[in-house]
Design a protein around this ligand. Structure first.
Ligand code: BES
Ligand code: MN
Ligand code: ZN
Length: 501
């Protein structure tokens, strides 16, 4: 996607469509929009005094209004003033872009609203347009190879902002890196499991690493056995597809200096549940059980472009969870890489098992800070629905740092507790730890299980089972993979690098 930043009057900008944002209950067109309104002969004042109310996501498309160089004008309502943040901006820009893309338009100009700091607005708009460009219908025969996409985005700011050009262009590059990385992750998440086996996922990671200048190491089954990754391998037993632990590294700081942030992502390319098999209804969705892994690959891709002075590791334990003659069975006891033994009560609680070894390995590679993302539990959707990502943390400081990053990124996340009492639900009888803790607090007991493998290392766990896949179309994003959490992870890494200065 092409991006450009201009400091000329909005009426003079060339594009298929110009998008402007109008708040609700605004009786008077003010600020930068007033100049545009004048060029349009008072059109904006007239329409906002009448049929257009400015309700959030309300849109009105005007064809060739006189006085406008762009071929169309799209008005987008932003709702009550004071409610416009980064999240809203990204969604509103995405909604505008989706609507214009559906009409086959390819070049759009945005005149950002004044409620947001310009650099935040630009970043959010670019990310939002990328989301709008994502098309989940890859295998549909009616999709033409040149299906319309937004190809050029022009961002319009007032001329008094020109002195800040450099800073603003940096914000745009961030939006581009994040948005493109999210689409990279969405493509992976959307792939059916017959197309994206663990082997294929590893190859895609390798290709991406080569293109972006990241180090990539693939740990195959034999090597994993040597490393004693018993929890990871136990899940892979039922599958004919070989498992692989994908390891990426980015070295942005001299070795041995500063923190080492590790991203660990669940990479179950299909989750049947194993011997504790899932019901058929809705099982097809379990192709997205590698969303955490894809999100970590995308995060590394974005950061490889943004080049923070920080050392990063990504670890994605990738395997299918299948029933089979050699599959693990309820009651089995597995020895994890850490040495702790796990009593498998339910083979469908496989995510925490592969993550256990992923987290242990990350620490062995020198991680000082751990963060994992996983479609871990149905229970997190019972707790938080499809709105908030479930966040768990063993360190208040690290949590605060991350919370700030989610704020900057404009993502909704909610912290859930990790009190010691919950451990009683997963205390083992034959082995050290049970892999399920029963129905109560299911998202929490899953997180308590992971906590056993991070020791004292500051750690954050993101349960994205409720938020990683949209079951219905949104105005700003097609139904399908969301790549949620990626923007927050990128912001966290950038902030950690900045804190080192
Ligand atoms: N991948 C699932 C979690 C999941 C469920 C994600 C629904 C998205 C939608 C995970 O491996 C799983 O099966 N978890 C079990 C745990 C239980 C057996 C303790 C669950 O949530 O039911
Ligand atoms: Mn499962
Ligand atoms: Zn799973």
């Amino acid at each position: 996607m092409q991006m450009q930043l201009v400091f000329s009057p909005a009426a003079e900008v060339d594009a298929d469509a110009l998008v402007v944002f109008i708040p609700e209950q605004e009786t008077r067109i003010q600020g930068g929009l007033a100049t545009l309104d004048k060029s349009l002969g008072g059109l904006l004042s007239e329409i906002t005094g009448g049929e257009f109310t400015g309700r959030a996501f309300e849109t009105q498309l005007l064809f060739k209004p006189s006085g406008l160089r762009a071929r169309r004008l799209l008005l987008v309502g932003t709702g009550k003033t004071g409610k416009l943040g980064v999240l809203e901006m990204r969604r509103l820009a995405g909604a505008a872009a989706r609507q214009l893309k559906a009409k086959g338009l390819r070049t759009i100009a945005f005149f950002p609203p004044p409620e947001l700091a310009p650099s935040n607005a630009l970043k959010a708009i670019i990310t939002g347009v990328h989301g709008a460009n994502f098309d989940p219908g890859k295998y549909r025969s009616d999709r033409k190879p040149d299906a319309p996409q937004i190809e050029t985005v022009t961002l319009i700011l007032e001329s008094n902002m020109e002195a800040q050009r450099e800073r603003l262009e940096l914000a745009m590059r961030m939006g581009e890196a994040i948005g493109a990385a999210q689409n990279f992750a969405r493509e992976l998440i959307n792939e059916p499991s017959n197309q994206l086996t663990p082997t294929v996922l590893a190859r895609r990671a390798q290709e991406m690493a080569r293109e972006c200048g990241l180090e990539c190491e693939l740990i195959d089954e034999k090597r994993a056995r040597e490393l004693k990754m018993g929890a990871f391998l136990s899940v892979a037993r039922g599958s004919a597809e070989p498992p692989v632990m994908i390891v990426l590294r980015y070295n942005g700081a001299p070795n041995g200096t500063g923190p080492v942030l590790a991203f660990v992502g669940k990479g179950i390319t299909f989750d049947t549940g194993g011997i504790s098999i899932k019901p058929a209804d809705g099982m097809e969705k379990m192709k997205y059980d590698m969303a955490g892994g894809a999100t970590m690959l995308g995060t590394m891709r974005a950061l490889a472009q943004l080049k923070p002075r920080l050392n990063l590791i990504a670890i994605i334990p990738a395997t299918e969870n299948m029933p089979g003659g050699r599959a693990q069975k309820p009651g089995d006891v597995q020895r994890s890489m850490s040495g702790k033994t796990i009593e498998v009560l339910n083979t469908d609680a496989e995510g925490r098992m592969v993550l256990a070894d992923g987290l242990t390995y990350a620490r062995q590679l020198g991680a000082t800070h751990l963060i994992d993302a996983a479609t871990l539990t149905g229970a997190v959707s019972v707790a938080l629905g499809t709105v908030h990502v479930g966040v768990f943390a063993n360190d208040d400081n690290f949590f605060q740092q991350f919370a700030k990053a989610t704020e900057t990124a404009g993502e909704k996340m909610w912290r859930l507790p990790l009190d010691d009492e919950y451990f009683e639900q997963i205390r083992g009888t034959v082995g050290d730890i049970l892999n399920t803790g029963g129905r109560y607090g299911g998202a929490i007991t899953a997180a308590m299980f992971l906590k056993e493998f991070v020791d004292e290392t500051p750690w954050i766990h993101l349960d994205i089972a409720g938020t990683g896949w949209l079951d219905s179309d949104k105005a700003w994003l097609a139904k399908g993979p969301s790549a949620v959490a990626l923007p927050s992870l990128v912001e966290l890494a950038l902030a950690m690098a900045d804190a080192q200065k």
